[in-house]
Each structure stands twice: as C-alpha cells, then as structure tokens.
Design a protein around this ligand. Sequence first.
Ligand SMILES: Cc1ncc(COP(=O)(O)O)c(C=O)c1O
Length: 347
Amino acid sequence: MKDLLGLPSSAGFALVTGCQMAHATCLAAARHSLLAKRGLDVERQGLFGAPRIRLLSSSQRHGAFERAVRLLGLGRNQIQDLPVDEQDSLIPEALEQALEADPQAPAIVFLQAGDINTGAYDNFQTLIPIAKRFGAWVHVDGAFGLWAAASPRYKHFVEGVGAADSWATDGHKWLNVPFDCGYAIIADSRAHKAAISHRAVYLKHDAEARDQIDWNPEWSRRARGFPTYAALRQLGRTGVAAFVERCCEFARALVLGIGSLPGVQVVREPGINQGLLRFPDPGPAPSAADHDAYTEAVIGRIVAGGEAFFGPTTWRGIRCMRVSVCNWQTSRQDVQRAIEAVKSALG
Ligand SMILES: Cc1ncc(COP(=O)(O)O)c(C=O)c1O
C-alpha cells in the first residue's frame, strides 16, 4: 500500500479505526520527535515545561486534525489558519512568513490531499521544502485524496507528497473496505514506536515479530489488515487506478450534468471525485440567505425523493450541494438516474 501511495517503504504504519485516529497517531509521533530534538521526553514528562508547538494549517482543513490536536494536549488555540488561493491550496508565501515569524519554535505543518468540499490539494512540491527548511514536521491529511497516487491520470495532484513526515488515510473511503479501517503512516518509524509502544507483563512480546501494540494506539483491535489486503489483492494496481478514475469521471459527469439543468449553478467542477453545486433562489431580489435556504430546500426534495443522496455543505460562506462519488458500485446508469432525480426535484 505504501508503494501504491508513493510513500517511503521504510515508513512505520498502524492500522487504526479511521483517519481521525491516524491523525492522533501521527501527531503523537510528531510531538515526540519535535520535543526529543529539544531534549524533552514527552512520553515521560508530558507537556509540562515543554515549549509551545506551533500548528500551521490551511483554513480549509478537516476538523479531525483539530480533534487530534485536542486529544494530544497541543491546544486548539495553537492552530494558525493560513490563507488559501483560488484553488483552495495553501499559499506558500503565507507558510514561509508564518514559519519565519518564529523560526526556532517546534512546528507541525498540516497539509491536505483532497479537500472534503472541493477535492483540492495543497502543493506538496513547493510547501514541503519550505517547512523542512525550518525543521517543521509535515503531516498530510489524505483521508481519501491520497489514493489519487494510484492513478496515472491523477497522481500529479500528490506530486512530492512522499517527502512529508506522516500521512493519514482511510481504507473505508476510497478503498471501500468496511468502516473502522484507517492507516497512520510515519516516515520516522523510531519516533512512531517511541510515541506508541507499550509493554505488559501478561502479554508475550517477540523480539522478531511485528507487535501491533508498538504501533497502534488501541490495545486490542480486529484484523484490519485483512480486508485491506483482500481489497488490494483483488483489485491490483490497475484495479485501484481504474476505480479512482471511474469515481472522478462520474463526479464530473454528475456536476456537469446537473449543472446544465436550468436553475443550477456549478460552484466547483471536480478535480477528482468531489464537486459543488448550488440552487439560486429564483424569487424576486433574493438575498444570500435566500439562496442558502433555497439550496437546502432543493437538497431536501432530492433526498426525500429516495432516488439519490446528496448532502449540503458550507464552502466559503455559502450553502452548496456536495457531490461525492466513492463507491465501486456506482455506475454510469446511476449517474443518469441521479441527474434525473435532481431534475424532477427542481421541476
Ligand atoms: C479529509 C478528511 N479527513 C479526516 C476525516 C476523518 O476520517 P475518519 O472518519 O475515517 O476518522 C475525514 C472524514 O470524512 C475526511 O474526509
């Protein structure tokens, strides 16, 4: 899987419950590494007497990062939101300036591979070298978007991502294995092990075999590796690539197909498998709030129709309908049916 995703083969990994716990695992390793370099043993003494760890991230990040920050005692208030460009990618100059403001401070830079609303990617090739110049730890949220690496057609989005320090992704998203299957991948496996490892008198530990308690935050867990292995084995490289590409193609067909109906505004065409639409209020002199309410109402009608499911979201302050395709069973016919469902809800 590391090979498929373009990540270093020597990286440590843990099979966790989802991307949320992958963030917590990766950031525990980051916390260990950044503080160990400053002579502190965070596993023993906690954060007492430790310097503040700066957390730099684009304003478009997923909320799971913040929860991991809270769980690790790093403090939500330490997160500094940095601006994004028109494509929703973190602006490199903004990152550089933020790091320059306190160049000696330990810092974690949080980047995105696949924004939840637009599928946007940060520019890893530019941003990671900047972060590295300041000794920052780079963590990537690739919950679904990291899987673009498997596709020759879409892997340009993740160019350079292998130079980060840690990556969080999911099997229960774009690999379609059952829920409760995420992956934490950490380049410095020693930092990973130091942050997580544990010994117990009633458990047998083998010096040779991989012991999950050294890598996983859970004490007990099911065999998450099994469905992952089965899915990868069954699909193979070309199967994963074809699946990723099919989802992207269908998301585009949905957004453009629905977008061509009267009364629909295309807010964001999909770069990968996520796009945004909006239903402007056709009434007289509508306000922004009217457009939001009308969009919500149309989404409600589509969902009530029982034929297609789309969820609402807020992007840059406006309510939109989120188009996301990530199921292997979705067919071209389903795309047509979904477009028809929206048409009749609008009608
Ligand atoms: C970009 C992103 N990051 C993190 C998460 C959290 O993932 P999980 O639900 O697997 O913990 C999600 C879930 O939707 C996501 O889309």
